[in-house]
Design a protein around this ligand. Sequence first.
Ligand code: PEP
Ligand code: MG
Length: 329
Amino acid sequence: LREIVSEHSDLPAETQDGERVSLQLNLGVSTENQYLQQLNVDGVGLYRSEIPFMMRERLPTEDEQVEMYRQVLDQFPDQPVVMRTLDVGGDKPLPYLPLQEDNPFLGWRGIRLTLDHPEIFLMQIRAMLRASIGRNNLRILLPMVTSTSEVDEASRMIHQAYFEVAEEQGCEVGENLFQPQLGVMIEVPAAIYQLEAIAAKVDFFSVGSNDLTQYLLAVDRNNRRVASLYDAYHPAVLASLDEIAKRCRDLNKPVSVCGELAGDPGGALLLVAMGYRTLSMNSFNIDRVRWILRNVRSSTLQVMLAKALQARYPEQIRKMITAKMESLG
Ligand code: PEP
Ligand code: MG
C-alpha cells in the first residue's frame, strides 16, 4: 500500500471529478529535514510556535526567535506559512513559567496568556515580522480566541509591531515588509457564534478540531479515564464543523482545518464533503490523505456526508467510513 500511496505523491490532491484540495503541513520544530522539503505540499498550515519555546530553559530572545522563524519561512519561500502565536498553558506548560491552576484547560492559555504578557506577544510578533523581511509568505494565527476584543487587542499590537519593525529596519512598507494576513483559530465553541463579527477583522479562519472537540464535548483530550468519550466523529462535532464551513462560505472567508481530524483519511473525506478545501496535517498523513482524495468522487462524498450528518452515534459514522476505506482497498 505504501508504494501505491507514494506513487501519487507528486500529483495534486484532487478528487476524481477534479475538486482540488490544498494539503498543508503542521510543523513543530523547524527541521532541515530533506524529507519535509521534498513533500508535495501547499505550505505550512500550522506552525506551533510554542514547541521551540517548550524545548528551552528560558524564553528565547527576539534575535533567537528571528532565527527560528526565518528558517521556517525560508524552507517554504513561495508558499504560505501560517505561524500561530504562542499557545502555552493547558497541556503545554513552559518549564520557566510554572502555572498552578485547578482547571488548566479552562484557564490561562493561548491568546489569554499572551495578551496578559504584551511584552512576550510583542516580542514574538516583532521576531516573526523581522524574519519575514524580503518575503511575503508569513501569516499570523491567533490561538484560543473566545472574544472579539481579544482580536482587537492582538491586531492593535501586531500593527504597532509592524510599524516599529518597519522603522527600525528601514523597510519600505509593502515593498520588502508586508503586512501579514491575520487569522483566528476556531477552537473555543464561543467563536462559532461570533464568526461574523470576527470575520470582519481577520483574513482567514483555521479550525482547531482537537480543542473544539474537547470543549464541545467537555472531555479533557488527555485524560485517559474519559478518552473513549473524546470523539471527533461525535454527531455534535460533525454538525458544528459543517456549520462552520457553511457560515464561512456565506461570509466569503477562507477556512482550513488544522486539527488531527484533517489528517485522518476518513475525517478528511468528511471535511472535503463539507466544503473545506484546505487541510493541514502532520507530514506522515499527507500522502495518505492525497491518495484517498484521488480515489473518490465528490458525489460519493456528498452521499457519505448526508448519512454522517444524520447519524445518531459515532459508531455508525465510523462503520460507514471503514466500509468506504475497505472498498478502496
Ligand atoms: C487544535 O486544537 O485542533 C489544534 C490544531 O491546536 P493544538 O492541537 O496545538 O491545540
Ligand atoms: Mg488547540
